[in-house]
Design a protein around this ligand. Structure first.
Ligand SMILES: [Zn+2]
Length: 103
């Protein structure tokens, strides 16, 4: 699935979050929190449509509250993944990397 946001708007989001955090706005409730949480879970499960992913990225770019939810969900998923699947690096990739380092 294609990543459905562009880097400029994402950087802008970082900036807005930083301002919100600095101003203590992160504690504010979000009227769309429930809907957003549901959509971002779908997105993290890679079941979301491009439109849904766009919505989530746009929203968490401007909403520190939902961004925190996103971070939390993401961290949980990463933790579950690393417990259930041991990372296997294909030998071909190892060889490629090794040959690049040796150059
Ligand atoms: Zn929100």
């Amino acid at each position: 699935m294609r990543q459905a946001w562009d880097i400029n708007s994402f950087e802008m989001g970082e900036f807005l979050r930083w301002i919100q955090k600095s101003l203590g706005m992160g504690k504010a409730r979000c009227p769309e929190e429930e809907r957003c949480l549901e959509l971002l879970r779908i997105m993290l499960d890679e079941q979301a449509t491009e439109e849904e992913s766009k919505y989530v990225h746009k929203h968490i770019g401007n909403c520190y509250r939902c961004y925190q939810n996103y971070e939390l969900e993401n961290t949980i998923r990463e933790a579950v993944k690393s417990k259930t699947h041991h990372l296997k690096v294909p030998q071909k990739l190892v060889n490629e990397i090794t040959s690049k380092i040796n150059l």
